[in-house]
Design a protein around this ligand. Structure first.
Ligand SMILES: [Zn+2]
Length: 245
C-alpha cells in the first residue's frame, strides 16, 4: 500500500535535478510529506490529509526545511485544494517550530490542545523542548484550542477526530481519520520520551497508550518511527512501550 514517489516527471528531471521533492503515499488521500528523510533530520513526521477540496497537515517539523516541505506538498496536492488546518499533536519544537511558516504560507488555522497551547503562545523554550534543539520557540498563536476529551474537526467532505492523550506532554493529542474502511491513527510520539522538563506524566502516558490500543487502527502514523500497518504490528509497537506481553 505504501509507495514512494519522487515527483519529478521525465521532462522536468533535468531542470530540477538539484531539487528532490519526496513524498510518500500511505493510502489514498494520505501522504507523509515531512520528517527525517523527507525534509530535515530533526523534523518529526509531517502528514498531509486530503478531504475533497480541503486538506490538513499534521505537525510542522522544526521549520528548517520549509521550502522542501512546500515542494513535497505541491507535488501531491493540487493548488486548488486549500490547506484549511494545521493540527499539532503536541507543543514540542520538532513538531511545531515550523508552524508559523506553514500558517504564513497557507493561511491555515492552527489547532492544538489548550494545555499545550499555553506553552506555544508564550514561547516557552523548555516545555516545548526548543532548548533541546538549540532553538527558540517564538510565541505562536493557536486559533482553535481542543478542550474536550474528544472533538470532531469537520473538513471538506470528511472529519478528523481529536482525542486528548496526555502523558508525553500535558496536552498531547492523537487524531483519527477513517479513509473509507481504513482507520488511520496519528499517534504523535507514542514512544515518548517522558521527561520532567516536558511535564510528562507516566500514569497518564500508560492510560493514553491503552486508549490508543482500543482505537483498533489499521495504520499508525507515528511521530518519529514512521508508519505501521496492520492491527498486529500496531499493537506490538504500542505494547512495547507499555511493557505488557
Ligand atoms: Zn514530543
Amino acid at each position: 500500500m505504501i509507495k514512494i514517489f519522487e515527483h519529478n516527471t521525465e521532462s522536468e528531471k533535468e531542470k530540477v535535478s538539484a531539487r528532490k521533492d519526496l513524498s510518500m503515499e500511505i493510502c489514498e488521500n494520505l501522504w507523509q510529506v515531512g520528517g527525517a528523510g523527507f525534509t530535515a533530520p530533526d523534523d518529526a513526521a509531517i502528514y498531509l490529509i486530503r478531504c475533497g477540496e480541503k486538506a490538513a497537515l499534521i505537525d510542522a517539523g522544526c521549520g528548517n526545511a520549509h521550502d522542501k516541505l512546500v515542494n513535497n506538498i505541491s507535488a501531491v496536492l493540487p493548488s486548488t485544494v486549500e490547506i484549511e488546518y494545521l493540527l499539532l499533536t503536541h507543543c514540542h519544537y520538532d513538531h511545531t517550530g515550523g508552524a508559523a511558516a506553514v500558517k504564513d504560507q497557507y493561511d491555515c488555522n492552527i489547532i492544538a490542545h489548550y494545555l499545550d497551547a499555553v506553552y506555544l503562545e508564550k514561547g516557552d523554550n523548555d516545555v516545548t523542548a526548543a532548548s533541546w534543539y538549540g532553538a527558540r520557540m517564538d510565541p505562536l498563536p493557536v486559533d482553535r484550542k481542543i478542550r474536550r476529551p474528544k472533538e470532531t474537526i469537520r473538513i471538506g467532505n470528511g472529519e478528523i477526530l481529536a482525542f486528548h492523550c496526555p502523558g508525553h506532554s500535558p496536552g498531547s493529542l492523537v487524531f483519527v481519520v477513517d479513509f473509507d474502511s481504513i482507520r488511520v491513527l496519528f499517534g504523535q510520539d507514542v514512544h515518548g520520551p517522558l521527561d520532567p522538563s516536558l511535564l510528562s506524566d507516566t500514569q497518564q502516558y500508560i492510560k493514553s497508550l491503552k486508549f490508543m490500543l482500543s482505537l483498533n487502527a489499521d495504520i499508525l502514523c507515528e511521530g518519529h518511527f514512521g508508519v505501521y500497518q496492520g492491527k498486529e504490528q500496531i499493537e506490538q509497537f504500542i505494547r512495547s512501550f507499555l511493557n505488557i506481553s
